[in-house]
Ligand binder design. Sequence first.
Ligand code: ATP
Length: 365
Amino acid sequence: MTGVTLKDVKKSYGNVEVLHKIDLDIQPGEFVVFVGPSGCGKSTLLRMIAGLEEISGGTIAIEDQVVNDIPPSKRGIAMVFQTYALYPHMSVYDNMAFGMRIAKESKEEIDRRVRAAADMLQITPYLDRLPKALSGGQRQRVAIGRAICRDPKVFLFDEPLSNLDAALRVATRIEIAKLNEKMPDTTMIYVTHDQVEAMTLADRIVVLSGGYIEQVGAPLELYERPANLFVAQFIGSPAMNIMPVKITRAGETTEVELKDGKRFEVPVKTPEKDVGKKASFGVRPEDVREAAEGEDFLFEGKIAIIEALGEVTLIYIEGDLIDEDPIIVKLPGIHKGKPGDVMRFVADSERLHLFDESGHSYLYR
Ligand SMILES: Nc1ncnc2c1ncn2[C@@H]1O[C@H](COP(=O)(O)OP(=O)(O)OP(=O)(O)O)[C@@H](O)[C@H]1O
């Protein structure tokens, strides 16, 4: 089984460094997803692992072998692209067989592998068709099938679903999850800017921003214990609400004060020296509920906009508690509030987050 190790990996274009000091250990058989906003460097990092981009510094090793100077075809990897990259004049069968023919595999072996991959992806009925006679989702399955035929040690996916419409994206995502189950020994590295893909497919997510790794962890770890403000607001939708606070008591748990003077406890550890300092208090829209009559509430405000989505209602709360955007609350079902109504909210204390002045998360208890 094959892992991938990145040590102090850097990438520059001219004198602009776009990836800085990337250290990452991907375990054999692991499904790792790179996410981050546009331009953060996730595709470049994947293409460096594939050998499609030169490495400006550091080392990339696949199965303990440093591959910096090894061409893509010799790295034991297969890559699936956003644009499918199928040969338009070749049948599905020939597209899938192509790499093996170049590698001079026997006819029988080629046939066995093409049929096994086609069966795995349910594309057997289309083997004789040209790519143009297939839907986008079917074409992407052919591209994945072609990659499987190469029997790669490491499978790389570069935003494979982003050209598909919403329904096909879900169906193909599930296909990829099944593929991962069927190929437990194959390491998979997947680039996306879609959080749902990252959360549902990954064993571990690598969050990148501005060419740096912000955090590496299991999906729910990032959701429940974000290491910093960036990850807190990047993972989860709508994003976590962040309100400026002052620390009024430090210790094993921390008391903070909102801009309106309201004080409450957050179960995180803070050092005594941080008393009086500014901090950022975070609570997710879905972790808030409406306070009962007379219940001690966390924050209050006026409804600015209310959006009924059926299964949930999104409520945008006006007020002076945050500097820019409104606070967003996500309540289950249909809520009968209307703009102008004043609402009060509570949240379980375990669902509260606190970040220091530089945006790092205080230690969760
Ligand atoms: N050939 C190139 N020459 C110069 N700069 C480049 C080149 N390719 C990429 N970059 C820069 O490197 C950075 C990372 O690009 P990359 O494509 O890896 O980002 P990304 O996270 O995959 O973004 P997206 O989600 O938009 O594809 C960007 O700032 C980009 O402008």
